[in-house]
Design a protein around this ligand. Structure first.
Ligand code: TXA
Ligand code: MG
Length: 313
């Protein structure tokens, strides 16, 4: 279904002003963050938020992250306990989302939280995202700018491939530096890693001076992105592969002979930045299967392995 000619805005003051103007009229605008591109809408406008769910074909039960300019703006939406405050002060702006207690007078569209009494908040670091938040002057709801269940976009071209014709515009800021989505931390009842992401869990644990609980302790995922069906490429994936089988292409890591390498030097930061782009490139070559080299499970490797496991399931 093509409803729009999706406009592409340049990464300058004019582009940001045009993007903010569209957001004010309730339209959807994709914009870059340091992690992945977000699909932005005015978080206080019910029909704008409804458009996000429609454009992505996202189940109404899956709540959205709200992006704000700073901790001060975040406190107008949610209550922060001591741990949440500490993490916000240490890591915002940055690739960290905090699941905090929603203030019911916050004015957010109720669809954002899907009826939960917590809200996911994030202060992005990307200069264009910050510029857009300042120019718009209010909270922006933004899930990753991909059709539900597909890989997150790390370039404007990825956004157009998935949502072109379904959204008003994309602000083109080039490739995303981090390349995997933000780390999500909840606090109920203690600091919990709900989604490994762009900020390594070890760094958060050092800041808090205590280990994070892990999601698996809970009976039901409180970040539905944890559900295994997320991030599926079309090809099947075989993980921890040390060589190619017949009909496979190999997504490598480190010093290995392969079709595309996430990082020939074995750098996890570089590998995360390349992950979704390389997966898309291989997937578009329509292989029978994508084999993937083993990735060390620490630092950004935890987020990479999490996304690969979901892509493989
Ligand atoms: O890096 C990122 O986090 C990107 C950029 C655009 O900010 N956004 C992103 O959004 O990845 P999304 O919607 O693709 O993933 C957000 C995850 C979803 O799995 C959602 O279920 C979870 O956060 N989430 C949001 N609000 C929640 C809430 N109140 N309770 C539990 N989980 C929540
Ligand atoms: Mg997503």
């Amino acid at each position: 279904m093509t409803d729009f000619q999706t406009q592409v805005f340049s990464p300058d003051d004019t582009g940001v002003k045009r993007a903010a103007a569209l957001l004010r009229t309730g339209q959807l605008v994709a914009f870059p963050t340091e992690t992945v591109y977000g699909l932005g809408a005015d978080a206080c406008n019910n029909s704008a938020v409804a458009r996000i769910f429609a454009a992505k074909n996202r189940p109404a039960t899956n709540p959205l992250i709200v992006h704000v300019a700073d901790l001060h703006a975040a406190r107008e939406i949610a209550d922060f306990d001591a741990c949440a405050t500490r993490l916000a002060e240490a890591f915002w702006p940055g690739p960290l989302t905090l699941l905090v207690a929603l203030r019911h007078n916050a004015g957010l569209s109720p669809a954002i939280t899907a009826g939960l009494n917590t809200v996911a908040l994030r202060v992005p670091e990307h200069p264009l995202a910050r510029h857009l938040l300042r120019e718009f002057g209010g909270p922006i709801a933004a899930p990753s700018a991909n059709p539900s269940g597909r890989l997150s976009p790390t370039s404007a071209a990825h956004v157009l491939a998935g949502l072109g014709g379904r959204i008003a515009a994309v602000l083109d800021g080039g490739a995303c530096e981090v390349g995997v989505e933000s780390t999500i931390i909840g606090f109920d009842p203690s600091p919990t890693l709900l989604r490994p992401g762009g900020l390594p869990a070890e760094i958060i644990e050092t800041c808090l001076g205590q280990p994070l609980s892990s999601q698996s302790a809970q009976p039901r995922p409180s970040a539905p992105g944890q559900l295994a069906v997320h991030y599926a490429p079309r090809a099947a994936l075989r993980l921890n592969a040390t060589s190619r089988d017949t009909g496979e292409v190999l997504l490598g890591f480190g010093a290995t002979e392969c079709d595309i390498n996430l990082s020939a030097s074995g750098d996890l930061v570089e590998a995360a930045a390349n992950l979704f782009h390389h997966l898309r490139t291989l997937d578009d070559s329509k292989p029978g299967k994508i084999a993937v080299s083993p990735i060390p499970d620490h630092g950004l490797g935890r987020a990479i392995n999490d996304r690969l496991r979901r892509a493989a399931s």
